[in-house]
Design a binder for this molecule. Structure first.
Ligand SMILES: [Zn+2]
Length: 262
């Protein structure tokens, strides 16, 4: 069990390194994902294998290119370590003492969805745009994973679909009636994945967390940076962050709301 969880962590860090490439390729419009040799983004010098070890190389090189000494974006080690942590958390949450092959498959699928949504998060932060290909991929994989997870129980599965539709409609109508001034259409699609992944109750918690933190940060940006609602900050990252937090609460503290029943 610990071995499996450790493999998830290492695998997550490697996937994270791959996600950085994906983000770069989507942004630069280079179609297919090619596993070519990698180059420094600044001086274009080819990188040696030991300059490419996720997280570790960044630390050893102190965040600078070995050749041109130009700063390497903190995005690289951040995405790598966050992906590693996401995989680790999913593995701990889903792979228990007497795990089955099915547990590993579901955990793997959820991990991949969380990774794809991390691409959306970073991309939305950087470019204020939601890469729809990551949304489609996530929606399909998460639907299959949830169906397996609820042991092919159609009723339980429909709850997740309803949560997805409701979350989507809520944010979609926001952007529709505000003419995308408060929120972009992309946020509706992100909310769809959140609802599908978490089901009605935990999706509601995730969206609530997103709205709270998003509004606080948004207001701060408007006051101190003189931005308006539209330019202040993309909302997608809050939705996705809310999903990660709600997943942790659901997995590790499912009864944290019990105090309200007293
Ligand atoms: Zn360089």
């Amino acid at each position: 069990m610990f071995m499996v969880i450790f493999i998830f962590l290492v695998f997550g860090i490697i996937i994270g390194s791959f996600l950085n490439v994906v983000i770069y390729r989507i942004a630069s419009g280079e179609g297919g994902i090619v596993f070519g040799s990698s180059h420094c983004r600044d001086c274009n010098h080819e990188l040696a294998w030991n300059d490419n070890i996720p997280v570790l190389s960044y630390l050893r090189l102190l965040g600078k290119c070995r050749y041109c000494k130009e700063k390497i974006s903190i995005q690289y080690p951040l995405v790598e370590s966050i992906t590693g942590i996401l995989f680790l958390v999913v593995a701990i949450a889903r792979i228990g003492e007497n795990f089955s092959t099915q547990d590993i498959i579901v955990a793997g699928m959820i991990s991949i969805v969380f990774a794809a949504m991390l691409v959306v998060l970073v991309y939305d932060l950087k470019y204020m745009e939601v890469p729809m290909v990551a949304i489609y991929l996530s929606a399909i994989i998460v639907a299959i994973a949830i169906y397996i997870q609820v042991s092919y129980d159609l009723k339980e599965f429909i709850f997740h679909i309803v949560a997805a539709m409701a979350s989507f409609l809520f944010f979609f109508s926001f952007s529709f009636f505000s003419d995308e001034k408060w929120m972009g259409y992309g946020d509706g699609y992100i909310a769809f994945v959140v609802g599908l992944a978490l089901g009605p109750f935990w999706a509601f918690i995730a969206l609530l967390l997103a709205v709270w933190t998003g509004s606080i940060v948004g207001v701060v940006m408007i006051i101190f940076k003189g931005k308006d609602m539209k330019t202040a900050i993309p909302f997608g990252p809050f939705l996705i962050g809310g999903m990660y937090v709600a997943f942790c609460l659901m997995s590790f503290f499912p009864n944290w709301l019990d105090f309200m029943k007293l």
